[in-house]
Design a protein around this ligand. Sequence first.
Ligand SMILES: Cc1cc2nc3c(=O)[nH]c(=O)nc-3n(C[C@H](O)[C@H](O)[C@H](O)COP(=O)(O)OP(=O)(O)OC[C@H]3O[C@@H](n4cnc5c(N)ncnc54)[C@H](O)[C@@H]3O)c2cc1C
Length: 309
Amino acid sequence: MTDEIYTDVAIVGGGPACCTAAIQLVRNGIEIKLISDDIGGKIRNANLIENLLGFPKGISGEDYVRILKNQYTEFKIPMIKGIAEEIKTFRERFIIRTAKKKIVCNHTIVGTGSIPIRMGIANEEEAFKKKNLYYENYNARKNVKGKSVLIIGSGDIAYDYAMNLKETANHISIVQRTKRTKSIPILQERVSRQTNISVLTNIVPEKIKFEHKKIILTGRRDDKIIPLMADTILVAIGREPNIGMLSPELLAAYEKEEDIPNIYYIGDVKKGNYRQVSIAMGDGMNAAMEIVKKTTAEEGNYGIRREIW
Ligand SMILES: Cc1cc2nc3c(=O)[nH]c(=O)nc-3n(C[C@H](O)[C@H](O)[C@H](O)COP(=O)(O)OP(=O)(O)OC[C@H]3O[C@@H](n4cnc5c(N)ncnc54)[C@H](O)[C@@H]3O)c2cc1C
């Protein structure tokens, strides 16, 4: 039987966006439940975060997540461990379903981040199942010791992944569809200084083949077929909002950017958002403050000039 839980605010996700919202709401005495399978989110993938104030020498994604978890624990945030499989409206409220729980709430904050885009080539799924292919660096890096790795992509994430794996992997090739690199110059410059990272341009991946324990990524450069042999492929060709759990009604409103009262999209899941930790945190804080304002108004405190901080 599914447990039914009532709460004022349900926060779906456990990355920087949702943790910020959760801490601020708890500080304001508002009843919340945070629903997530993890605390920390995608930033654990990052090799070096240099654009977050407070860390003058930068900080690795893993170290940052450790700090975030400590802060989260300090505030004793009530958490329901699991994945929201569905979020839908129910009269003036929302229902969120996980495998074991049904959560009914007045306000919902959705901060489910992004999911990686697939290449859509033959045998990609099979390679993923066989653990020859990954989409997230923190899964890949446990399995690349002494191995040759192909990183597919040309943006910041592809270049950051290469820097992250350079000490562990034997050799890394960044495979780009075009000559143009989308990554920021500072990462390109760092990659260019590494002797075990090469950049292969103008290669369009077409299919994956398996040969003993190795894999061969077949790509095309103009009319030529280029076979690339490796142990592991790491795909970093882009990410899209993680919104598969929204009901058709919520999804339609999300797509049209229509406002449904009392639901907030924060961080990387937000349509058209720039994907950065500080922006995700700002969104989380903003949603929390909106809810604090509404709740205090409902309680009749609004207008008594209750300080909100
Ligand atoms: C390699 C890499 C390097 C990066 N470097 C930087 C950097 O240097 N600086 C910077 O500012 N940003 C960087 N970013 C971007 C940064 O990681 C994101 O902008 C940030 O993590 C967004 O936070 P978020 O809370 O919106 O989402 P996420 O961090 O993606 O968190 C989403 C959360 O939702 C949970 N979740 C997902 N689906 C469900 C569901 N159905 N039900 C319940 N929970 C769910 C996840 O488990 C996770 O806890 C980098 C990203 C990557 C991948």
